[in-house]
Ligand binder design. Structure first.
Ligand code: MG
Length: 256
């Protein structure tokens, strides 16, 4: 069913998305654990693709608008869309890992940011904690009857309340049989705007943040997006269904 451009999902369709989400969550967790010093981002990509296909699923990113890999691996000042390659992870790298999984035609999308080797600069640890907390605040606002920008505002409050920045030009999105559906979900803005959230709305909620700027630029490869000032960045993402009982995280990687 269409409602203001948003494709509402039935409870059965949300269950199908949760199947994709379960595979997604396990994959993301596994790749986050594999992100150790000396491992290349290409090795992470191969491991993710192998796992996804072993589950009878497809890596959603591969070939999407020509993207050449199954995951995005974005270290340090790179916010999103990093192409995996020969780069060897170093202790203290702040690595964002973003993965999409399509199962039976339904897509789950999600991301985490980790500190390679477990320990990094205190500012990195704070940025990651804040950004993950802002994601949960966004999810908590995904209540039926709320408006879309209540999610945006909840994220912005947490991030800016801790003195960090929301990247303005990168947004979350509706998701379903296609990875990107209506509506866009900005990570900032006043509350109480946009469509009323109906049960059956499914959103990829994904705060993208930086230590020192709200602005980004895209590198010459046409994909990699960096913070404008070179400061550290973070990205956390869930696929979330609005249900009559409240928000439901379909790829609960935080519970694994
Ligand atoms: Mg996304």
């Amino acid at each position: 069913m269409f409602r203001g451009g948003i494709i509402l999902k039935t409870p059965e369709q949300i269950e199908a998305m949760a199947q994709a989400g379960r595979i997604h969550a396990r994959c993301l967790k596994m790749i986050a654990q594999k992100a150790r010093p000396g491992v290349t981002t290409a090795e992470l990509d191969e491991a993710a693709e192998r796992f996804i296909r072993s589950q009878g699923a497809v890596p959603s990113f591969k070939g999407y608008n020509g993207f050449p890999a199954s995951i995005c691996a974005s270290p340090n000042s790179m916010v999103v869309h990093g192409i995996p390659g020969p780069y060897k992870l170093q202790r203290g790298d702040v690595l964002s890992i973003d993965i999409g999984v399509t199962k039976d035609g339904w897509v789950a999308d999600g991301a985490v940011t980790v500190i390679v080797g477990g320990e990094g600069p205190p500012e990195a640890e704070r940025l990651l904690k804040t950004t993950e907390r802002s994601l949960h605040a966004g999810v908590a606002a995904a209540q039926p009857g709320n408006r879309l920008s209540d999610i945006s505002h909840a994220i912005q409050r947490v991030v800016e309340g801790d003195g960090f920045f929301v990247i303005r030009s990168l947004v979350g999105h509706g998701i379903g049989q296609r990875m990107h559906e209506d509506p866009q979900v900005p990570n900032y803005g006043p509350p109480g705007r946009g469509p009323v959230l109906q049960p059956g709305t499914v959103l990829a909620i994904e705060p993208m943040t930086a230590v020192g700027t709200d602005d980004v630029y895209t590198a010459d490869d046409g994909w990699s997006v960096y913070s404008a000032d070179g400061s550290l960045t973070a990205h956390f993402e869930f696929t979330v269904a609005v249900t009559e009982h409240g928000p439901r995280i379909l790829n609960p990687w935080h519970e694994l």
